[in-house]
Structure formats: C-alpha cells, structure tokens
Design a protein around this ligand. Structure first.
Ligand code: MF3
Ligand code: CO
Ligand code: CO
Length: 278
C-alpha cells in the first residue's frame, strides 16, 4: 500500500491519468499475479511456530530467482527485503527479521513480483498454530472486506463505491478501517493512480472503466483505526495495540466486472489452510 495522499477526488474528476491496459497488459498481470499467488501458497506450508520471517523472506527471494522475477520491494524507497511480514498489531510493512513466530500469532505476508515488467501484488493472513477466536473473527472480517470491495469493482461504479462498501461492512462488524494506507493502481509501475481508499462514500472518487488495473488491500483493526509508524520508518502498528489484519488482491476491470489476477492456484485464499494442518 502506498501512503495515503489526499486525492483531489470528486464525482467529476477525469480519469486521464489512469492507464487503461489491453489484453497484453492483462496477460502480463495474470502471469505476475499467479507467481505471487503461488509463492503465497508455498508460504502457507512454511508457517509454524519457530520459523523466522527472515526465512520466509529468503524463500520469496529464491522463488523469484527461480522464476525470473524480482521482488518489487527490494531496494524500493530504501526498503531492503523481498516481502513484508506484519505480525499481530503490525498493520503493514513489517520488516522480516530473526524473531521466530510463536503459537497464537497472526501474520500477513505481502509479496509483489515483477515479471516481464508487470507487477503482481498480493497478501494473505496466516494463523500460527491455534489462534484466539477474536483473531479468527478479525481474519474472516478482513477477508470478507476485500471480497465485498472486489464485488463493487465493475464498470460504472466508482472507487468510492469500493471504499464505502468495505467501510460499511467492517464498521458494522465493530472493526476499525485503517485510513493511512490505501490500494493503488499498478501494472508497469508498482504504485500508480488511482488510489483505492478502503473507506468513503458511494458515488465519489473516479469512475471505473474496463482496462483499469489496481489493488484492493484493506487493513482492518479489532480496535481503533489509528496507526503510527515505528522509528525504522516502515513498520506501521495500531496506536491502541489492537490486532490488525489485511488481505490484498491485484485486479483488472473487465467489461462484465473484474478479473482477479492473484487467485490462489491451490485454493488457499484464506485460513484455515487445511493442507497445512496436521
Ligand atoms: N506490497 C505493498 C503494497 O501492497 C507495498 C510494500 S512497499 C515496501 O503496496 F517497501 F514496504 F515493501
Ligand atoms: Co499493494
Ligand atoms: Co502488497
């Protein structure tokens, strides 16, 4: 997600700065998206108490190497790792390190590969062993938030319709919607127009058109929406230290609705990941 830049949005804003991609763009995004999704499938098999996020990061780098893809986060604005690993009250941009995962943690792994110049960006939540009911509920609400947003992604709707649907649902579930980070256009670029806010009002923002490609990546908190960024300049945490979760897909607007580029080849869209449970 990119830092939220208050966008000069309004119902009449023209979309001239938003790239519309053709079939070649969709094919490139499909390939890049499927690679990120395959890596996330493999990460599901790695998650257990004792594993470090640095081990996950090394896997992401190596899997990219094997597939002629580069992690987009590597050396991105001074970031030095191949993925983001955000545990418990970390909202996003957690930096992989030597600390082992422990039973009861919840972790988001966010991977972006650049393949043939196309950016496939996706993230999922993983439970570490047995987790609390409240954490399970947060993960379910966050996954539903993403899918409710995706349901609104079709020609004629606006970016505000996506944000409003997510916010209405998450707040009805008594969860907090993070405002400081948002989804983003992508394709040839990692972070491009338009911003996709995960809150807002129906009808506002820019009108969706076939050929637009962007992410939806809601960050939902069990507590209040406020976040702060730690002194490392990246790690964003909830101010009230409540648990936070996130899921992300890269999608393209089609004539009928949208195509999700980052669907899981193994069907591991959200926990419980029955394949990894022994
Ligand atoms: N993948 C993140 C996103 O969803 C961006 C991470 S940028 C980093 O947009 F530098 F923090 F890695
Ligand atoms: Co993103
Ligand atoms: Co991402």
């Amino acid at each position: 997600m990119v830092n939220y830049i208050p966008a000069p949005t309004g119902p009449m804003r023209n979309t001239g700065d938003i790239h519309l991609y053709g079939e070649d763009g969709f094919a490139g995004m499909r390939a890049a998206g499927q690679l990120a999704a395959t890596a996330l499938d493999k990460v599901a098999e790695m998650i257990r108490p004792g594993v470090t996020t640095l081990e996950i990061d090394r896997f992401v780098r190596a899997f990219g190497d094997e597939n002629n893809a580069l992690p987009a986060t590597l050396n991105y604005r001074g970031y030095s790792k191949s993925c983001c690993t955000s545990i418990n009250h970390v909202v996003c941009h957690g930096i992989p390190n030597e600390k082992p995962l422990k039973e009861g943690d919840i972790i988001n792994v966010d991977i972006t590969y650049v393949l043939d110049g196309w950016h496939g960006d996706s993230s999922r939540m993983y439970p570490v062993g047995k987790i609390k009911r409240a954490a399970e509920r947060l993960i379910d609400v966050t996954y539903q938030s993403l899918m409710i947003g995706i349901d609104m992604a079709k020609p004629g709707n606006t970016t505000g319709d996506i944000g409003a649907a997510i916010q209405e649902y998450a707040e009805k579930e008594r969860c907090g919607v993070v405002r400081d980070f948002c989804g983003h256009g992508l394709g040839r670029l990692f972070h491009d127009a338009p911003n996709i806010l995960h809150y807002g009002r129906r009808g506002e923002g820019v009108e969706l058109k076939p050929g637009m490609i962007f992410t939806i990546e809601p960050m939902i908190n069990l507590g209040k929406p406020q976040v702060k960024v730690l002194s490392d300049g990246w790690t964003a945490v909830t101010r009230d230290r409540s648990l936070s979760a996130q899921f992300e897909h890269s999608i393209g607007i089609t004539e009928e609705g949208c195509e999700i580029f980052t669907t899981s080849p193994a069907g591991l869209h959200k926990p419980p990941y029955s394949l990894t449970q022994e």
